[in-house]
Design a protein around this ligand. Structure first.
Ligand SMILES: NC(=O)c1ccc[n+]([C@@H]2O[C@H](COP(=O)([O-])OP(=O)(O)OC[C@H]3O[C@@H](n4cnc5c(N)ncnc54)[C@H](O)[C@@H]3O)[C@@H](O)[C@H]2O)c1
Length: 465
């Protein structure tokens, strides 16, 4: 079989960019991205690529190049499954919010629905590719459903986890460190692996395409995220020690990062990691380990999450303590709401939890983020169910102008490391604030000395005030 037609179920932060790059690099293959969310598909089809639903530098251009040629976005899931030789499943796999495994296990409801739909619709043989991040051994569940509910065709299941990072997705997809493909070790599995290798080989050097058994591939994705998050929690744990000892976390990070065994990346202290993946994937690892009775393994990885929660809470507490132990009725300005720069994704963003903590103390919050829409901020807060939507709207205001957001406030808190924040007219911001004017830099982003010379009281993660 030579793959001529690809379908991807799920037009989200992974499905959209990944398929756009495959379509760009494989113009002879028709790529159709489908989703049940009509509004999302309509946005992917918006004539103006500035309105596509995922903000990623460079993505608009890539979509514009292929869309309508060999890249299509559609809500006709059945039609796309029927046509495809290879089907990527790229749907959401959030943490379960109910029942057995609540708060830790991955909710595989959407994966199962996809499998049942593929089985119902498929008339010919298909290669089904797990692109979503899944618990190790999910491929056997997929195979079970496909074989027991299908109409006779043969299915090969591959695991091809995605390692892109939001904010640099296009670059990561064009020049990946590696591509990982897991499949069964029999002849059919090896042929299916080869088909997917052939697709990536259009632009990825062969030595960077790793092939493994399917379980190693599934587990490697959870492990990669756990390792990355562990580095963040490790440096964050030391940031607190620095604040008490006059050591400086940036200097410590540089000193240890130059050791080639440690390396310089993921050593930036911050208000805590966010995003849809790290927390859910570690929780998933913890859950799987507990399921196998490996409690020490589970406890070890769980600590990464506990440290991250502590870091977010600690940042909020520091604001309260510094503002004379009360923020009640005070305006605090948030620069940034997205979980990191260069994305409009806010899932699990530290900003949400810091805001929630401060709102419990009855502060007013003004939020400015260059890419996050106002509705999203309120949706994030309402979802916590800490207070009713009316209260969230009473205490939180979103602004489209950063200077307006900072006007009349007691403190500015930097929650996302957007580059543009460094270029603001900080004198103007200072002049418009109440005094003493505080800056809490949760990203180690701003020029501390410059701010101090303007008159700000500056509080930076990982260095003593
Ligand atoms: N976001 C990342 O940076 C990232 C990176 C690597 C891996 N992943 C993994 O990739 C997967 C997808 O993540 P995402 O961020 O793209 O999620 P997302 O929520 O942005 O997108 C998932 C999409 O799937 C759609 N969907 C759900 N069920 C469907 C169904 N039955 N039929 C059609 N469409 C359906 C949803 O409507 C949604 O638009 C997750 O497993 C995630 O862990 C994410």
């Amino acid at each position: 079989m030579k793959v001529k037609n690809i379908c991807c179920i799920g037009a989200g932060y992974v499905g959209g960019p990944t398929m756009a790059v495959i379509a760009k690099k494989c113009p002879e293959i028709k790529v159709t991205v489908v989703d049940i969310n009509q509004a999302r598909i309509a946005a992917w089809n918006d004539e103006d690529v500035n309105n596509i639903p995922v903000y990623e530098p460079g993505l608009g251009e890539i979509v514009a190049e292929s869309r309508g040629r060999n890249l299509f976005f559609s809500t006709d899931v059945d039609g796309a499954i029927d046509e495809a030789d290879m089907i990527f499943i790229s749907v959401n796999t959030p943490t379960k919010t109910y029942g057995e495994g609540k708060g830790q296990a991955a909710d595989l409801k959407w994966i199962e629905l996809c499998a049942r739909q593929i089985a119902r619709v498929a008339k010919g043989d298909k290669i089904v590719v797990e692109k979503s991040t899944l618990p190790v051994r999910t491929a056997s569940t997929l195979k079970d459903i496909l074989e027991h509910t299908g109409n006779g065709p043969h299915f090969q299941i591959l695991s091809n986890p995605e390692f892109l990072a939001e904010g640099t997705a296009v670059q990561d997809l064009l020049e990946p460190d590696r591509v990982l493909i897991g499949g069964s070790q029999d002849e059919g599995g090896q042929k299916a692996i080869q088909e997917l290798v052939n697709i990536y080989a259009h632009w990825v050097p062969k030595e960077k395409i790793l092939t493994t058994n399917v379980w190693s591939s599934e587990l490697s994705k959870l492990t990669a995220n756990a390792y990355l998050a562990q580095r963040v929690s490790s440096i964050n744990s030391l940031s607190e020690l620095c604040e008490h000892t006059e050591a400086d976390i940036n200097e410590v990070a540089k000193a240890i990062g130059t050791d080639s065994r440690i390396g310089p990346k993921f050593l930036k202290a911050s208000v805590g990691f966010g995003g849809s993946c790290f927390q859910k994937d570690i929780l998933n690892l913890v859950y799987i380990s507990r399921t196998y009775g490996l409690h020490e393994v589970a406890d070890y990885w769980e600590q990464v999450i506990l440290m991250n929660d502590h870091q977010k809470r600690r940042f909020a507490k520091k604001i309260i303590r510094t503002l004379y132990n009360t923020v009640s009725g005070k305006k605090i300005s948030f620069l940034g709401w997205a979980f990191k720069k260069d994305t409009n994704d806010t899932r699990e963003s530290a900003a949400i939890y810091v805001a929630d903590y401060l709102l419990n103390e009855q502060s007013y919050i003004a939020v400015f983020d260059p890419k996050v829409k106002s509705e999203q901020v309120f949706m994030d807060l309402d979802r916590l169910n800490t207070r009713n939507p009316e209260e969230n709207r009473k205490y939180v205001k979103t602004e489209t102008d950063p200077y307006k957001a900072c006007e009349g406030s007691h403190a500015v808190a930097v929650l996302t490391e957007w580059d543009e924040f460094t270029g603001y007219d900080w004198q103007r911001i200072y002049d418009s604030m109440l005094k003493p004017a505080h800056v809490f830099d949760g990203r180690n982003l701003l020029d501390k000395d410059k701010l101090k010379s303007i008159g700000f009281q500056v509080h930076v993660i990982g260095s003593s005030d």
